[in-house]
Every structure is written in C-alpha cells, then in structure tokens.
Design a protein around this ligand. Structure first.
Ligand SMILES: [Ca+2]
Length: 205
C-alpha cells in the first residue's frame, strides 16, 4: 500500500475519532459488571524491516471476555508509523495447560493495510518485540492478499482467571456467615470489587 505521511496522519486521526464512542460504551458497561484491566503485547514482523509492536490495554470481564484498544508502532516503508485499533476478544485456557490463549478481533478504523483482522486461540507465551520467543500464530485479515501474517503474544498481566467467578453477593453472604458485623460488614457491602468466596485478606481496613 502506497501512502504519503500526510495521508497517513489524516487516516489515523479518523481512526482515533472512531475509537471514542467504543470507549464511552465500555465505561458504561463496566459499572454493571466487575472488570479487571489487563495489558499484553504482540509482535509481527514488518515487511519494511524490524517488528510491528502491539500494545494492548483491555477491560476483562469475569469470563475472560474483554474489549479495549491496541496501539501498534513499527516501521513501514522506512518510516515509523502508529496504528490504533479497537479490540474485542477472550482469554481462555481450553486445553488446561496453564498457558493462556487469546482470541481477538481488531478493528482498524484507518484501514491501513486492513480494516479488521483476528486470531483464534493464540498461546500467550512470547516476549515483547520478539518473533523468536513463544508460539507463532497466523492471523487472518479482511481484504489482505500479502501472504501469511505470523504473530506472537506475550502473557497478559492484570487479569486473574477464576478470582472473579463469583458475585459481590456471594462475598457479602460469606462475610456474614463468617461473623462479620456492623460497620465492617457495611464496608464490605459497599465495596463491589469484592466478589466470590469471602476472603478477609481482600478487605481493606
Ligand atoms: Ca492453554
């Protein structure tokens, strides 16, 4: 794709504008479901030399589903470029090997090379800015005819699977059964981040 820097800048501004409504929607839904903020990275080799480095920040729900943003930096035709995307996906470990896999779809408002790409069950065992560490997964991209799209993902941090399977009600009920009363119980009831089985260590005093 031939593109001038000026044209690219215009496309990226357009892409950024498209991101805003999605972020507003996310913050609204976050009020109704407990989420954790997770970050992770991915690496793609660039046809223009070096790697394209992906930087993800996502809000993860109790079941591992997430939505958020990805900012890519890399080299294209000798210049450093930035690409912004909105992403939705899920962290899973369906094969129970202790390595989290990620499935995600990224929407690229700028249309730079593609408007949308995705991966399914990509192991998160790579390292930042490296194509030689971790499992290589191949992405698919809409209207892309430039050959295979290898990508590696780093482990995510910030989301702990299993810790939020329960509800806030479960935590409060558990505290009651454990004999917590009065203002201590009221403080727990007010803190909706406390979910799942009652655990005194999670309560801030
Ligand atoms: Ca796994």
């Amino acid at each position: 794709m031939h593109i001038t820097p000026k044209r690219l800048a215009a496309l990226l501004i357009g892409g950024t504008a498209l991101v805003v409504p999605v972020l507003i929607a996310d913050s609204a839904s976050a009020a109704t479901a407990p989420t954790q903020t997770a970050v992770f990275e991915a690496t793609q080799p660039s046809g223009g030399g070096g790697n394209w480095d992906h930087h993800y920040t996502v809000q993860v729900a109790t079941d591992g589903t997430f939505s958020g943003v990805n900012h890519i930096t890399g080299t294209d035709a000798g210049q450093t470029v930035g690409v912004d995307e909105t992403v939705t996906g899920q962290f899973t470990d369906k094969n129970n090997d202790g390595v989290t896999e990620v499935s995600l779809t990224a929407v690229r408002g700028s249309g730079f090379y593609t408007f949308q790409w995705s991966v399914t069950d990509a192991p998160m065992d790579g390292k930042v800015d490296s194509m030689t560490d971790g499992t290589v997964t191949y992405a698919t991209a809409v209207d892309w005819h430039g050959g295979p799209l290898p990508i590696t993902f780093t482990p995510q941090s910030g989301y702990t699977p299993g810790t939020q399977k329960g509800t806030h009600g479960e935590f409060v009920s558990g505290a009651t059964h454990a004999g917590v009363k009065g203002k201590d119980l009221a403080a727990i009831a007010k803190d909706v981040t406390l979910v799942g089985p009652y655990d005194p260590a999670k309560v801030n005093h």
